[in-house]
Design a protein around this ligand. Structure first.
Ligand code: PMV
Length: 312
C-alpha cells in the first residue's frame, strides 16, 4: 500500500460571523495560500489495528489508543473509521502538518479534520462524499468550538465560496467579478470557543437587543451576496465597515483588531473588518488597486503577517 496524502485549505469569513450561530446567513471563502495536510503510510510490520499519530506542531506523537476522546486529531480518525465500520484497519502512521495559523480564525481545526478524514478514507480505499467529509469534520468542530455553526467545515470541504445558513443544505455561489483580500494577522491567538461563549452570555441577558444586532448582520450578508454575485464589488467596502461596527457591539473586536482595520482604511482600503471569532486572529481588507500600500500599512500597524488572496 503506498503512502496517501490529502489536504484542505484555510478559510476566511467575509461576512456574518457570530450571527451565523443564531441562524443568520454568513459568507465564507477558501484561502488556498495556506493548507493542512495529512499523510498516511502503512506500518507493514505492526499489528493490525495499530495507528500512530504524529503532529509536531501541536506536540502529538502517540498511538491513537493512548489519545483521549477529546483529542481532535484522534476524534477525526475515530470518526472516519466508525463511519466506514472498520474496527481493525491495517496498521498505519498518520502525519499531520499545517501552514494555517492556529486559533486565528483561518479554519485550522476544520482543515486538519477534513484532511485527516479524506486521508483515512482514501487509505482504506473507500472515499467519502463531500457531504460525509463535512459532517465528520463538523463532529470534531464541536470539540474545538462548543456550539459551532458548521460554516468552517463546509467552506473548507467544498473549497468554494459558500453562503451558509446553519442547518440548511450548503449553497455555493458564483463570484461575478474576482476581488483581492488582504488578510492581516494580529498574532494574538484567540480560541473561538471563548468568544462564542461570551456572545452567548450577553445574548442570554438581553436577547432582544442582541437579536436585533444579529438581524442587522443578516441584512448585510444578504446585500453582500447580491453585490458579489453581480460583480458590484464597490459596495462591499461599506458593508464590511457596517459589519465590523456590529461586531464591535458584540464586544468581539479588540484594540489590535480595530487598529488594523483603521490602518487599512487610512491607507486607502475600500473596507476592512475582523474575520472569524474575533478578540485576536485576523482582519480582512478589500484593497483592489492599492494592495502594496495597504499591506505596508497593515504591517506598520502591527500585523505579524499578511496573506493576499483572490476571491473568485
Ligand atoms: O473559526 P472562526 O474563528 O473563523 O470562527 C467561526 C465563526 C463563528 O461564527 C464565530 C463561530 C461559528 O461556529 O460559526
Amino acid at each position: 500500500m503506498p503512502a496517501i496524502s490529502a489536504s484542505a485549505p484555510g478559510k476566511v469569513i467575509l461576512f456574518g460571523e457570530h450571527a451565523v450561530v443564531y441562524g443568520q446567513p454568513a459568507i465564507a471563502v477558501p484561502v488556498h495560500q495556506v493548507a493542512a495536510r495529512a499523510v498516511i503510510s502503512p506500518m507493514i510490520k505492526a499489528a493490525t489495528g495499530k495507528i500512530h499519530i504524529n503532529a509536531p506542531q501541536v506536540g502529538v506523537d502517540a498511538d491513537l489508543a493512548r489519545l483521549s476522546q477529546n483529542d481532535p486529531l484522534a476524534a477525526a480518525v475515530r470518526g472516519a473509521l466508525e463511519a466506514l465500520h472498520i474496527q481493525e484497519p491495517p496498521a498505519f502512521k498518520l502525519r499531520v502538518t499545517s501552514t494555517i495559523p492556529l486559533a486565528a480564525g483561518l479554519g485550522s481545526g476544520a482543515a486538519v479534520s477534513v484532511a485527516i478524514v479524506r486521508a483515512v478514507s482514501a487509505f482504506l480505499g473507500r472515499a467519502f462524499s463531500e457531504e460525509q467529509v463535512s459532517a465528520l469534520a463538523f463532529e470534531v468542530e464541536k470539540l474545538h468550538h462548543g456550539t459551532p455553526s458548521g460554516i468552517d467545515n463546509t467552506v473548507i470541504t467544498y473549497a468554494k465560496p459558500v453562503y451558509f445558513v446553519k442547518g440548511e443544505p450548503n449553497q455555493t455561489f458564483l463570484v461575478g467579478k474576482p476581488f483581492t483580500l488582504l488578510i492581516a494577522d494580529t498574532g494574538i491567538p484567540s480560541p473561538t470557543r471563548v468568544a462564542v461563549g461570551d456572545v452567548r452570555s450577553i445574548w442570554e441577558k438581553q436577547p432582544d437587543r442582541y437579536d436585533k444586532i444579529f438581524a442587522g448582520i443578516g441584512d448585510i450578508v444578504r446585500k453582500a451576496r447580491s453585490a458579489i454575485e453581480s460583480g458590484a464589488n464597490e459596495s462591499l467596502g461599506q458593508l464590511m465597515e457596517e459589519n465590523h461596527a456590529l461586531l464591535q457591539q458584540l464586544d468581539v473586536s479588540s484594540p489590535e483588531l480595530d487598529k488594523l482595520v483603521g490602518a487599512a482604511k487610512a491607507a486607502g482600503a475600500q473596507g476592512a473588518k475582523l474575520s472569524g471569532g474575533g478578540r485576536g486572529g485576523n482582519t480582512i481588507a478589500l484593497a483592489n488597486g492599492n494592495l502594496e500600500v495597504v499591506e505596508q500599512a497593515l504591517l506598520s500597524a502591527g500585523a505579524k503577517g499578511v496573506i493576499q488572496t483572490q476571491v473568485q
